[in-house]
Design a protein. Sequence first.
Length: 566
Amino acid sequence: MEITSMVDNDLGSVLKSFSAREIAAMLPKLLYEDEYYSVALIDISSGVLTRCRMIFSNDEDVIDRSDEYDSVRRTITDKWISDEEREDYEGAVDLTTIIKNLDDNGTYEFTTHHVMGGEVLLFRYRYIYFDKEHTVILTTMKDITSLEETDMVTGGANRKGFKRLADRIFKGETATDRYALLYIDLKNFKSVNEIIGFKGGDALLRYFLKYINNSPLNPVLTARNSADHFACLVECKNLDYDRLADIFQFEFIYDGKSINVYARCGICKVDRFPADVDAMYDMAKLACNNLTNEYMQPYIVFNNDMSDLYIKQCMIHSNLPYALERNELQVFYQPIYDPYTEKIVEAEALIRWIMPNGDVISPGLFLPTLEKNGHIAKVDYFVSHTVNKFIEDRLNSGRHVVPVTVNLSRMDFYDAKTPSAIIDEIIAKSSLRPYRMFEITESAYMSLNDRAEEMIGRMRSLGVGLLLDDFGSGFSSYGTIANYDFDIIKLDMQFIRMLGKNKKSGKIIRSIISMAHELGVKIVAEGAETREQVEFLKECGSDYIQGYYFSRPIPQSEFEKLLDEC
């Protein structure tokens, strides 16, 4: 491919010192690779660049053409170098820079990107002295795009290579229902490394690349994009959803050890051209992150609702620091009643996010987002500190106070600073202890480590109450309440909502309440909304009731009015 126009046959002063025969004899000794895009000699004294051929039939064929070095440099800059790299490129190919680096180091090289034929390619420029005495420099250009776009572990493409090759496939494509991009995540890969070591983990990554390429998906393009994440471009006709569960579960054997490997997948269908490969990859990844029961259905197809949710999650993540500063996060209180006296006996502290314009961000949206991003600990400490101040102020003014519970996320215990700070604050103000209680969901409690149990033990030693929240919401185990000490069990509201709809619900509620009382544990029935539900729960012996029938979560000022009336 030409980069300059041939001006004439004057080869400059290079040939005044060296014949074509001598150049042809010396080049193979100086060049260590044979696949160069360009080989040339630069005569510094005349400022002439002479292109050389590496394949020739006779000695004279080694010479291609000559041109002024500055003209060649300008042509390359204008034709191939992007605006972002232009300044760096011009500095790198300046003759003064080249000579200084050669004199200091003996060789000089750099890489830069060329935009050629609609693709971005990586080139390596290398310079050595062809003859230092006559200041003649040998320079080579080599396309090393494949090195930049190759995953070193699997030997396949990486994300950058995937994007370029996918762009090439999409070029000129018009059928918007032909392709789909898959984001594939190998589950629990960290545990694989722990079982068979990092060499075994790398072997699994190499195996999976071959495995997926030979699968019924028959991908057009496959790449390992990062860690244990892969990307596939497949034709939609090969997407047999009924078979994906089988494809994404397989056995891997390494060093005599057998491991069952599970993968999950987000799917983004190509529905427009020109297609943005990076955007599609992100959408497929976003879909994958929205999977809930990947063992039953290990795939999910992207839809626009996921994109809207992602934008909201990003907003939540970035706005949390400002929300705390602007007092947008507020603690609400939902009273808990004794159903027999209909008096407030406790309350649950709940966080609410109210924007300056009055819009309320749903806790069901921002709490999971903050937990996922590791910021839930800040919110839980804020709530606990606010509750402390609320209780202390009422005690100091001699007003009526009831115990208040605060929810703790399992993530709080992985960031030991949060429970430690909460405990230290309670220790510092002993008058708060009888009024402080903490709720932990059953699923969170079962996932806690030994350090977390030590923290909970410290809370119990202070006389702080512990509630097991959402009992019966998932894979409940009676061992949870048999092996650990809780003051109160919160019955999951789903049981209450099923009263009158499912005959078994009432019997289950009765048996759980009876069992809890046998163990000396009190019951809070959560989610009661009707008089009929309240009467049934009273008949079953529920100690306390929390729900909209008595009160919704209310701001602190309204809760204080209720307490003052008690």
